[in-house]
Ligand binder design. Structure first.
Ligand code: NAD
Ligand code: GLY
Length: 375
């Protein structure tokens, strides 16, 4: 069943069709008329048995193409130069033409990698994303940021490359571990804070249902929330695809969040949890600088508590190392770190006036917030 059909149209007139539904991959591929001679599916081998769908069967019924699976390691390790070369080696060994298609099937790691492979293979072949984590459905798979990591930092090698089709099948989320859903949910809270007070209000009022992360029993609510999140992202990306200005608001929580992710070598905290740390720190800084009222800041802390993020234990942070990592991030412009700070629910500003002292105070605050107490 397809419930929502959206589209993202860039300034250069590229259209990405975005489907949101349940058990909708076959129908979506059929209506897309996949006519490529070859389809390369980049994924993790383990997902073929974990996912509650039979992708082989779906592809057999959806197209007449020759389908080739390319398996990469699970986790952030897949976003490496080695995995990238491996994918291209496989594709060139098989043979590839401009009309062929790459499908990225998996979480944000896969959609980032598959997107970068598609954008660089023969200077760009067709790309379909089938995101299977909550984080990838609401954020990573949509908007055209692709990339892999370099030893110097995360996502430092990449491109802007828009997929032709994104299929968000809520049924695939039924096998998603709860902590992965919890991580992805932070990006949904992000949309509420930066741009969408009505969404924020739904998240607040429906917390007891949503925090079960039961994608089967509460499917309609989830489909609406996923769709609303994607609409927020589309609205921003359509105005500023290459992040020259407005798109930076999507980085709310990412400035300190990416720093913490890097500090712990990308293997301790999921991306979404780091975004939760970062949103809390940015809110503290906004309050410290009187950009947001005490009540406004408390409302943001409260939604983080409502969704149990305070139960994550944030290990002691070496602030010198954190500042070092933050200085290497892509969000640094003219040597100044750019922060997105909330001024109200649904409103943010970009500030380049955050001092080292502000950052250190906010880190001290989040160390007390994310204490890891069991509920
Ligand atoms: P991930 O891709 O590593 O997936 C998390 C885990 O879930 C993996 O072990 C994966 O195998 C497993 N999995 C995926 N789908 C599943 C399912 N349906 N059932 C059971 N298990 C499943 O992590 P993620 O959180 O999805 O993505 C994180 C990545 O996304 C980071 O590298 C981050 O930089 C990137 N990202 C990119 C953007 C962007 O705009 N391009 C935005 C946000 C995040
Ligand atoms: N996830 C941030 C962006 O897509 O810009």
């Amino acid at each position: 069943m397809i419930l929502h059909k959206l589209s993202l149209v860039t300034n250069s007139n590229h259209t990405t069709n975005v489907i949101i539904g349940s058990n909708c991959i076959l129908e979506s591929l059929q209506s897309h008329s996949l006519s490529s001679k070859r389809v390369f599916i980049i994924t993790h081998e383990s997902l073929l048995t974990t996912l509650p769908i039979d992708i082989n069967d779906i592809l057999k019924n959806a197209c007449n193409s020759d389908c080739y699976f390319i398996f990469v390691p699970d986790g952030e390790a897949a976003k490496s130069i080695d995995s990238y070369s491996y994918c291209l080696n496989q594709i060139f060994d098989i043979g590839v033409e401009r009309g062929d298609t790459i499908i990225g099937l998996g979480g944000g790691v896969i959609t980032d990698l598959a997107g970068f492979v598609a954008s660089t293979c023969l200077r760009g072949i067709k790309l379909i994303n089938i995101p299977t984590t909550l984080l990838a459905q609401v954020d990573a798979a949509i908007g055209g940021k692709t990339g892999i990591n370099h030893v110097t930092g995360k996502n430092l090698i990449g491109s802007f490359y828009q997929p032709d089709l994104i299929i968000n099948d809520c049924a695939t989320l039924r096998s998603l571990p709860k902590h992965e859903a919890h991580s992805g949910f932070a990006e949904i809270i992000k949309y509420g804070v930066i741009n969408d007070k009505p969404l924020f209000d739904v998240l607040s009022s429906q917390a007891q249902v949503l925090k079960l992360y039961n994608f089967e029993h509460n499917e309609t609510l989830w489909l609406d929330i996923i769709s609303q999140s994607i609409k927020n992202k589309i609205a921003v990306v359509e105005q500023d695809e290459k992040e020259s200005s407005l798109r930076a608001i999507l980085n709310f929580g990412h400035t300190i969040g990416h720093g913490i992710e890097a500090l712990f070598d990308y293997n301790t905290y999921k991306h979404g949890f780091c975004v939760a740390f970062g949103m809390c720190a940015a809110t503290y800084i906004a309050k410290r600088k009187n950009f947001i009222t005490g009540d406004g800041a408390e409302t943001i802390y409260q939604i983080l508590r409502l969704y149990d993020y305070q139960h994550i234990l944030l290990k002691p942070i070496k602030t010198t190392a954190l500042l070092h990592h933050m200085g290497r991030d892509k969000k640094v412009k003219d040597s100044k770190i750019r922060f997105i700070l909330p001024t109200d629910i649904g409103k943010v500003i970009l500030s380049q006036d955050v001092t080292e002292d502000d950052i250190l105070s906010s880190v001290a605050f989040i160390q007390t917030f994310f204490r890891g107490d069991t509920p």
